[in-house]
Ligand binder design. Structure first.
Ligand code: WQD
Length: 344
C-alpha cells in the first residue's frame, strides 16, 4: 500500500514516515527541503531499514505536481504536512505564508482528484481556535479571529478541504495538533530548527547544551497560576501514531463524514516555568532564564479536550512531559555529537 507523505523530511513528517514503514506501508515523500535536509531519509532508513522513495520539488509548482501524480499511480492516500509553520515569521512575511500554504494544498488536491487519489489527512493546528472561550477546547469550538497569518492559513486550508473535498468526493481528516515536542527514542530524528529557534523546547535544549546563553520567558503576567503561558505539549511519536490511525480509518471506510476533525493533545496544560523545571529535573541541568516582555501573537492558555479522538479514533497520548523533555535532550546531545564527528 503506497502512501504519499508531503513534507516527509520535516519534524512531524519524518516521525510519521517511520511509523508508516513500521506498519508495512510503502512511503513516498515529496519535500522541497525548504525547512529540512535530505539526509533525514537516511536517518529514517537507519531506524526502519527501509529507505523511503524521495522526490524533491515544490507543491506550489503546478506542472511538477501534475507530472508526479501522472507518473506515480497506486497511491492509496496522502498525509499532507508540507507547509510553513512559524507564527512569528508569518507575521513578518504574510504573503509567503498565504501563497505557500494555500497554493500547495490547492495543487495537491487538484491532481489527487485528477488521478483518483481520494484520501487526505491534513496537518492542522490548535491555532485555528485562537484564544478559546472554554478550556479544555473541543473540536466544535468556533474559529476565532486568527492571531497570525500562519493560524489563518490553517483555518482557510481546513475550509478549502471541507468544500473541495465534498465536491471531489474525498475522505478527509484534519488533525489539530497542540504543541508537538520531543524526538524519536533513537535520537536519529527530531526537531531541527534552522537558525534561532522560535519554539520553546529547542531553545531550552540549545541553552542546556551551551548554544544559547539563556532562555527568554515571554511574560510572567498572564492570568495563570505562575503567570506564564500554558500549552498542551504532546510527544511527536504519539502524534505520528495518530496519523496512522486516521489514515487507516479512511482506508477501512470508517469515517462518518466526508471531512472529520480531531484534536491531538494530551488534555494536560503546562506553563513555561513548569516545562523549564521539568527539563531541569530530567536532565540534572540548571537552566538560565530571564523573564522578558510578552511575545506578540501568543495566546494565554490552551489545552485540548481529547475525548473525541480518544473515543472515535481509539487513540490517546501515552508519553508524559518527562519523556518528552528527556527525548528532546537526547536528540540535542546527539546533534552535537553528529556535528563534532563532521568537523573532527
Ligand atoms: C510555547 C510557549 C511562548 C519560546 C507553536 C506554533 C503552533 C504549533 C505549536 C504547529 C509560549 C513560550 C517560547 C521562547 C518562551 N505548531 N516561549 N520563550 O507558539 O505555542 O505554538 O507550536 O502546529 O502553530 O505556533 O509554541 O514553543 O513557540 O511557545 O517563553 O523562547 O513558550 O510564549 O507561551 P506556540 P512555542
Amino acid at each position: 500500500m503506497k502512501v504519499l507523505v508531503t513534507g516527509g523530511t520535516g519534524y512531524i513528517g519524518s516521525h510519521t514516515v517511520v511509523e508508516l514503514q513500521k506498519k508495512g506501508y510503502e512511503v513516498v515523500i515529496i519535500d522541497n527541503l525548504s525547512n529540512s535536509t535530505k539526509d533525514v531519509i537516511y536517518s529514517i532508513e537507519k531506524i526502519t531499514g527501509v529507505l523511503p522513495e524521495f522526490h524533491q520539488f515544490d507543491l506550489c509548482d503546478e506542472k511538477l505536481t501534475k507530472d508526479f501524480f501522472l507518473k506515480n499511480k497506486g497511491i492509496a492516500g496522502v498525509i499532507h504536512f508540507a507547509a510553513f509553520k512559524a507564527v512569528g515569521e508569518s507575521v513578518e512575511q504574510p504573503s509567503k505564508y498565504y501563497k505557500n500554504n494555500l497554493g500547495s494544498l490547492i495543487n495537491l488536491m487538484s491532481y489527487m482528484n485528477e488521478t483518483q487519489v481520494k484520501n487526505l489527512v491534513f496537518s492542522s493546528s490548535c491555532t485555528v481556535y485562537g484564544q478559546p472561550d472554554v478550556l479544555p477546547v473541543n473540536e466544535n469550538a468556533p474559529f476565532k479571529k486568527a492571531f497570525s497569518p500562519y493560524g489563518h492559513t490553517k483555518q482557510i486550508c481546513e475550509e478549502i478541504i471541507e468544500q473541495t473535498g465534498k465536491i471531489f468526493g474525498f475522505k478527509t481528516i484534519a488533525l489539530r495538533y497542540f504543541n508537538p515536542i520531543g524526538a524519536h527514542e533513537s535520537a536519529l530524528i527530531g526537531e531541527f530548527p534552522i537558525g534561532i529557534p522560535n519554539n520553546l523546547i529547542p531553545f531550552i535544549t540549545q541553552t542546556a547544551i551551551g548554544k544559547r546563553d539563556y532562555i527568554r520567558v515571554f511574560g510572567k503576567d498572564y492570568d495563570t497560576p505562575d503567570g506564564t503561558c500554558i500549552r498542551d505539549y504532546i510527544h511527536v511519536v504519539d502524534l505520528a501514531l495518530a496519523h496512522i490511525i486516521a489514515f487507516e480509518r479512511m482506508l477501512n471506510n470508517k469515517t462518518k463524514s466526508s471531512c472529520e476533525v480531531f484534536n491531538l493533545g494530551t488534555g494536560n496544560g503546562f506553563s513555561v516555568l513548569e516545562v523549564i523545571n521539568t527539563f531541569e529535573k530530567v536532565s540534572g541541568i540548571k537552566l538560565n532564564y530571564k523573564i522578558v516582555d510578552r511575545r506578540a501573537g501568543d495566546i494565554e492558555k490552551v489545552w485540548a479536550n481529547t475525548q473525541f479522538a480518544n473515543e472515535e479514533l481509539g487513540w490517546n497520548a501515552k508519553r508524559g512531559l518527562d519523556v518528552m523533555m528527556l527525548s528532546a535532550w537526547k536528540w540535542e546531545m546527539a546533534l552535537k555529537e553528529k556535528v563534532r564527528k563532521l568537523f573532527n
